[in-house]
Ligand binder design. Structure first.
Ligand code: C2E
Ligand code: CA
Ligand code: CA
Length: 738
């Protein structure tokens, strides 16, 4: 303040202090006071303004008009508010009341921030910010006269403040919202959606093998990769939601108003596919993947923390499930980690005690139905749990070094077994990405060949696209070592996940296996699977590769696939995997030819299940046993008296209600067709697109009650039934479990 006074009077400190004669400006000396005011205005520290009772500008410092680049005459008599624009993105937030409101209420203005556009038009102009202070003036009779006030340009400070708050909310590397902002957004969305009963999905993403890229290529490349990931994510998500980076290689997506698990699954798959396409950074090529966990409010949590926790749990499960996958949250996930630990332990024991087996599924040449290759598939019968599929235990083994031992065991066993077959028949062994990435892998293969004495040309390795993830130098090195050995390489599951054609160009594959999912749907009219199969076959042959079509089960599929040019087929229509002794037995009878044999028509895949569910009919709820499940229907056991044509609601747990119609019955078993098909749950299972919300259930006289120890919850009817039950529950023993 002292300095301001000095600059007003033009006197220096010494003069003021040392002066003997001081001419003091007296408060009744009007002309001197005006002069003082002039000096004050000229100094440009602050400008003065005044309005009349109608809030029209009647005075403004001339240099304020200069700052605005407008003639003073043009500004005077204009309503004060017209000089300014409302400012929605002020750091003060929406809590600052609008100027107009303050003026009308005749409030005192204290450092009110307002935005102006300086220059010709709004579009060409430059944005500046003023801070406005002012006091309402009244005459002796209490009549409002107008405002008197001051203003100053605070653009520089304001923009710095804006930048600071932007930094506090956004990740400086990718420009995405940071954890802080995502938390705030989620909290406010959930709070406002709660009362309106709207849903909001939360996706949690974690990059697979990002660490390897970072370690191999260095942090600058890692940073660039994260930026590109951010761009891809934003492109896929678009306006459907907000993408944020929580830190490291963790991303999060808030998707308001989506609870359709079909759509969410499609989006998650698309995200996984987009993120997994190779990146080129400073002429280096890197490939990563991503896993996705999804939780949906209100079903999986109403509060921010619960929803985040549950989407984290599902992310964890999807990483464990073999990476490059998505998973929806379900209550069962809580036990999954423990379950996996037990399976891993038991698997170690099984390997040590030589309890694992290899079975061999034929790959047949369609010209003459001759077996040309046997693919080795691992089999394990758990002492208590019965058979456990490799789809379950291989991903668990992949989480630790156990996969290396399993893989080595399989290679050795397969090479030995193949020696007992005719020399025209090759053996194919599946190799996990983790195994392939191991520096000793080529050596392990060499030793398996030497130990067995199998000719290298009879060994094929089946690899999936995930071998390209991570360090591409080691991958290339291994490829060339393997090719030198003279073994053959097949690209497995082509068309799923990554399916980048660049892999085909960059690696020395001899053959390609079209993923089973295309065959599954190749007889359906509305899908393009048959065309895709034809395209893959055409492309591979152009590149000089053999093509195998996997998973052919029925004659209608065989016809389609053959008509599209398939020359090699693997599928149940020829044979399931056989034991070595069964093969040796059949070999005795001469050449190995298999005639196709199977159903005429392919029916949607049915999975055998053994699960208690609820059947709701009228105002009754019955307990029954789900025996098999497909996208479009189910077979249910345990109710007598169910007539064909009856409409039912199945309660599959966790609010999953399915409207269906009975289409076949047999004793206490009946089959139903669903009104709307189920969708993939990302983990090889099926789920409903939508779940009944707790609110909707309450309105229908039902509620969801957790099962024993918080497990899969069931719907219970709140009101006592008014009608007599029409069906009879019959006990079905565990004997049928298969
Ligand atoms: P994959 O390599 O794609 O093997 C083909 C799978 O499809 C096998 O499942 C096979 O039984 C099944 N399949 C073949 N034809 C048909 C058909 O017509 N219809 C149907 N529905 N399925 C058919 P499986 O034996 O359960 O193996 C699952 C996966 O586990 C394999 O998929 C492979 O990725 C992995 N796996 C199996 N054995 C090994 C192994 O020794 N090492 C490694 N790393 N992975 C293995
Ligand atoms: Ca395979
Ligand atoms: Ca396959």
């Amino acid at each position: 303040m002292k300095n301001i006074l000095r600059s007003w009077t033009g006197n220096s400190a010494q003069q003021a202090d040392g002066a003997t004669s001081v001419s003091v400006i007296r408060s009744d000396d009007v002309s001197k006071r005006l002069e003082l005011l002039d000096d004050f205005e000229q100094a440009g520290i602050s400008w003065l303004w005044a309005t009349d009772a109608d809030a029209r500008l009647v005075y403004l410092s001339s240099n304020a008009a200069e700052n605005l680049q407008k003639p003073l005459d043009e500004l005077l008599t204009k309503p004060l508010v017209e000089l300014f624009e409302t400012d929605p993105d002020s750091p003060g937030g929406s809590s600052a009341r609008p100027l107009n409101f303050q003026l009308t209420a005749r409030n005192k203005l204290v450092d009110q921030t307002v935005r102006l556009t300086v220059g010709r038009s709004k579009h060409e102009g430059r944005q500046t910010w003023w801070s406005l202070s002012g006091t309402p003036k009244f005459d002796k009779a209490g009549q409002f006269l107008g405002y008197r006030g001051s203003a100053k340009d605070i653009t520089v400070e304001y923009e710095r403040q804006l930048e600071d708050s932007r930094l506090a909310e956004f990740d400086s590397l990718t420009g995405l919202a940071n954890r802080h902002r995502m938390n705030k957004r989620l909290e406010s969305i959930l709070a406002s959606y709660k009362s309106t009963n709207r849903s909001c999905a939360l996706m949690m993403l974690d990059l697979d093998r990002f660490k390897q890229v970072n370690d191999t290529f260095g942090h600058p490349v890692g940073d660039e990769l994260l930026k590109q990931v951010a761009k891809r994510l934003q492109r896929v998500v678009g306006h459907r939601g907000e993408v944020g980076r929580l830190g490291g290689d963790e991303f999060q997506i808030i998707l308001p108003d989506i609870d359709d698990r079909g759509k969410l699954g499609e989006l998650a798959s698309k995200i996984i596919q987009m993120v997994s396409q190779p990146y080129v950074i400073e002429d280096k090529r890197a490939t990563i993947g991503t896993s996705v966990g999804i939780a949906i409010s209100p079903y999986d949590g109403v509060h921010k923390d619960d929803l985040i926790h549950n989407s984290d749990l599902s992310l964890y499960a999807s990483k464990n499930g073999g990476r490059g996958q998505f998973r929806f949250y379900s209550v069962d996930l809580k036990d999954e980690a423990e379950e996996r630990r037990i399976i891993e332990e038991d698997l170690r024991v099984a390997l040590a005690e030589d309890k694992l087996e290899l079975h061999y599924q034929p790959i047949v040449r369609t010209d003459d139905n001759m077996v040309v290759v046997f693919e080795a598939l691992m089999r394990w019968t758990h002492p208590e749990r019965g058979p456990i599929g490799p789809n379950v235990f291989i991903p668990i083994a992949e989480e630790s070094d156990l996969i290396l031992q399993l893989g080595e065991w399989a290679l050795n066993r397969a090479c030995k077994d193949a020696l007992a077959w005719p020399s025209s028949v090759r053996v194919a062994v599946n190799v996990s990405a983790a195994q392939f990435a191991h520096s000793e892998f080529a050596e392990t293969v060499t030793q398996a060949l030497e130990a067995s004495g199998l000719e290298a040309g009879r060994l094929e390795l089946e690899l999936t696209e995930s071998v390209f993830m991570g360090d591409s130098e080691t991958v290339e090195e291994t490829f060339s070592l393997l090719k030198k050995l003279g073994i053959r390489l097949a690209l497995d599951d082509f068309g799923t996940g990554y399916s980048s054609l660049s892999y085909l160009r960059s690696a020395p594959f001899d053959k390609l296996k079209v993923d089973r999912s295309f065959v599954d749907s190749c007889t359906l009219k509305d899908q393009n699977s048959d065309k895709i199969i034809a395209a893959i076959i055409g492309l591979s042959e152009a590149l000089g590769m053999e093509v195998i079509v996997e998973g052919v089960e029925a004659f209608d599929q065989l016809d389609v696939v053959k008509s599209k040019g398939a020359r090699y087929i693997q599928g149940w229509i020829y044979s399931k995997a056989l034991t070595q002794s069964a093969i040796v037995e059949r070999m005795k009878s001469g050449d190995f030819r298999i005639e196709p044999d199977g159903p005429e028509r392919h029916r949607g895949e049915r999975r055998s299940v053994f699960r208690r569910i609820g059947v709701i009919h009228d105002d009754h709820r019955y307990d029954a046993l789900l025996r098999d499940l497909s996208k479009t229907g189910a077979r249910i056991e345990g109710l007598l008296g169910v007539a064909v044509g009856t409409d039912l609601v199945l309660d599959l747990g966790g609010g999953q209600l399915v409207v269906c119609t009975v289409n076949r019955t047999h004793d206490s078993t009946f089959a139903v067709e669903f009104e709307t098909p189920l969708v993939s749950d990302g983990a090889g299972g099926l789920c409903t697109r939508h779940r009944a919300s707790p609110y909707a259930l309450a309105a229908a006289g039902m509620k969801i009650e957790p099962g024993p120890n918080g497990k899969s919850s069931n719907v219970v009817l709140l009101n006592p039934p008014r009608t007599k039950p029409q069906f009879m529950e019959v006990a079905v023993g565990k004997m049928h479990a298969g």
